[in-house]
Design a protein around this ligand. Structure first.
Ligand code: ZN
Length: 477
């Protein structure tokens, strides 16, 4: 029997604010445990929360960037649960009136563009962190993260494969980065996803029983968990079993999921309106001004690269996925005036460095201005490609100016006619066998002679000039 997979994502993203959602404590990753908390985020009796306006603005920003409607009237609710990571024994969240609802994002699939609905985006506070490993005889709690502002983005169950889940997650991540809503540092947990999955026999109308895999904190984990869980459910069903509605945990090392607990129904949380916070009433004009402040989003940027700059679709997609990379490209292309040269160099040399050294190089001294300058020298034939690559390495390390580096390392292309003539003559003299081979029709021998001349020029010769001079001397002789 053939099965159809249905997936929905719930993405939690920490917001880039200075302070927490309802108090003045710093919102920053790390810090000595329990040094960034106060009576409000610890939920001590008698304290009152005050909503952080910046967090509300960022949530609206995310909603607008994902084509959502914005509620002019929304409110906060208490989600009651008893667990030590939340000392109040409830989480302040938004239940039936989320700040954003009914939006969509477009993702790239093998069959073209697919539109995935965003059911809602709501604001809520993060919980503290349990530390299990530090001490053998118990768990400790760090409340620094308690009360950090989050948005939860809930997609409609319109994803049909692990590939689509990955594409959607990547797309939403890049939108959050472009709009400066979140730093999306997945290794620090500021972006994480829950994946809801069910399978059903193809053609059946009713959705299958779904399971939820919680707290996936890398793109790879989302992909592998979606793939693994779909496979597991299909196996269960084809063997005549039934899938239980439950929450599961993904073990990325083992590549399998295991049951954690039965899935709670929302009634288990006894939601009720948060009595300590006023309803949120948002002004139309404010929403419009937030809308106007949105930057060019990945999709629009990519279309501009393809249609206006003639960049290949694949390259444009890859470059725009990362805002810093796209900014680097934009500036470098403007400085050197050659968008294709800039995109080619980024797709090869810069991508290779990102793969080897990590995304940190995009936060180094390398920027669009100095990259553009290097590309300009390359385009004008003043340095070779190998030299350009060398200059980039030095820039990343020291931030030195391109022309200084080229001067200091003597990388300018050597075009001195007398010098080139002299070297060509002496190379031909010293390699008579190669010369004879070439004259006897062995093309390879010419490459060898070229190489000899280039190496005597320390790799800085102009290949066209060297070739020309070599041919001229050979034909003379
Ligand atoms: Zn606090």
């Amino acid at each position: 029997m053939e099965y159809e997979v249905t997936i929905g994502l719930e993405i939690h993203s920490e917001l880039k604010t200075d302070t927490k959602l309802f108090c003045g404590c710093r919102n920053d990753f790390g810090g000595e445990p329990n040094t960034r908390c106060c009576p409000v985020c610890l939920g001590l009796p008698g304290t009152l929360p005050v909503l952080n306006k910046k967090a509300l603005e960022l949530a609206i920003r995310a909603g607008l960037a994902m084509n959502c409607k914005i509620s002019e009237f929304s409110k906060f609710d208490r989600k009651n649960y008893f667990y030590p990571d939340m000392p109040k024994a409830y989480q302040v969240t938004q239940y039936n009136l989320p700040i954003c609802y009914d939006g969509y994002v477009d993702i790239e699939t093998d069959n073209g563009i697919k539109r995935i609905g965003i059911e809602r985006i709501h604001l809520e506070e993060d919980a503290g962190k349990l530390v299990h490993d530090a001490y053998a005889d118990g768990s400790l709690i760090d409340y620094n993260r308690c009360g950090v502002p989050l948005i939860e983005i809930v997609t409609r169950p319109e994803i049909n494969s692990a590939e689509e889940a990955k594409a959607l997650f990547e797309t939403i991540k890049s939108i959050l980065e472009y709009t400066d809503v979140s730093d999306c540092k997945m290794q620090e947990g500021s972006l994480r996803a829950d994946v809801n999955i069910s399978v059903r026999p193809r053609g059946q109308e009713k959705l299958g029983v779904r399971t939820e895999i919680k707290n996936l904190n890398s793109i790879r984990a989302v992909y592998r968990a979606a793939q693994g869980e779909a496979r597991r459910q299909i196996e269960v069903l084809s063997e005549g079993g039934i899938v239980c509605q439950e929450t599961r945990r993904w073990d990325d090392k083992k590549g399998e999921s295991m049951a954690m607990r039965n899935k709670e129904e929302s009634m288990d949380y006894r939601y009720f309106p948060e009595p300590d916070l006023l309803p949120v009433i948002v002004d139309r004009d404010w929403i419009d001004s937030i809308r106007k402040s949105l930057p060019e989003l990945p999709r629009a940027r990519r279309d501009r690269y393809v249609n206006e700059l003639g960049i290949p679709e694949y390259d444009a997609a890859l470059i725009t996925m990362n805002r810093k990379l796209a900014d680097l490209f934009d500036r470098a292309a403007a400085v050197c005036g050659k968008p294709k040269l800039a995109s080619n160099f980024i797709m090869t040399d810069i991508m290779r460095r990102i793969n080897d050294q990590g995304e940190g190089i995009l936060a180094s001294s390398l920027n669009g201005d100095n990259l553009g300058e290097v590309l300009l020298f390359l385009d004008q034939g003043k340095i070779t490609h190998a030299s350009a690559a060398k200059v980039i390495d030095v820039i990343i390390e020291t931030g030195e100016k391109p022309d200084n580096i080229i001067e200091r390392l003597e990388l300018w292309v050597q075009r001195d006619e007398n010098l080139v003539n002299e070297i060509v003559k002496s190379v031909l003299e010293a390699n008579r066998q190669a010369l004879e081979d070439y004259l006897a029709g062995k093309e390879k021998a010419f490459g060898f002679l070229m190489g000899q001349v280039m190496s005597r020029l320390k790799g800085k010769g102009d290949p066209a000039q060297v070739r020309e001079t070599l041919l001229r001397e050979i034909n003379k002789g």
